[in-house]
Design a protein around this ligand. Structure first.
Ligand code: URA
Length: 186
């Protein structure tokens, strides 16, 4: 039987499956429309997210909000979460054992939201959702269909802040997402 949101949030709040929870201020389970057609997955909370308990609220998150607005979506319409729900120290990439420990929560989020399209933001989301050999520069911009969901890998917004020249490709990826959502609306 499917888990409820309350039970999932209770499990995340109580989780001690890896060491990350020892050094955080807040867990960051994710937020947004619980029945969104579009779900977004990042890597893990940063400092602003750890302080607020909300995903993507810092600089990268503000860029993400503008990117969504460009495809006429508000943050309230989509569901936004991360591979890991606790901030890795100094914003390092989550270790494989940390990501693996947290993945069951992401899978439960897929099952509850039942999105049509998932935007994978950056290499960590791509790797843990699509597989170990994922490379963002090679694989971004092409839909992968798995278990009835369309996955679009693209750059992480933090990468776009570091290198503005990537924005053109990210915009092309977003336009494909917009077209797919329109096609699936039917
Ligand atoms: N980067 C991420 O991957 N996730 C957040 O929530 C914030 C920054």
């Amino acid at each position: 039987m499917e888990i409820s949101w309350d039970e999932l949030n209770r499990q995340i709040a109580a989780c001690e499956k890896c060491g990350l929870c020892r050094q955080i201020r807040h867990k960051v389970p994710g937020q947004g429309n619980p029945h969104a057609s579009l779900m977004l997955i990042g890597e893990g909370p940063g400092r602003d997210e750890d302080e607020s308990g909300l995903a993507f609220v810092g600089r990268a998150g503000q860029l993400l909000t503008r990117m969504l607005a460009a495809i006429r979506l508000s943050r309230e319409e989509v569901y936004i979460c991360n591979v890991v729900k606790c901030r890795p120290p100094d914003n390092r990439t989550p270790m494989p054992e940390e990501a693996e420990a947290c993945l069951p929560y992401l899978r439960m989020q897929f099952a509850l939201v039942r999105p049509k399209v998932i935007l994978l933001l950056g290499a960590t989301a791509g790797r843990y959702v699509l597989g170990d050999d994922f490379r963002v520069t090679r694989d971004r911009g092409r839909f992968v269909q798995k278990g009835g969901i369309w996955f679009m890998p693209t750059y992480h917004p933090a990468a776009l802040l570091r290198d503005e020249s990537k924005k053109r490709e990210a915009w092309a990826d977003l336009k494909q997402v917009m077209a797919k959502l329109d096609e699936l609306k039917g």
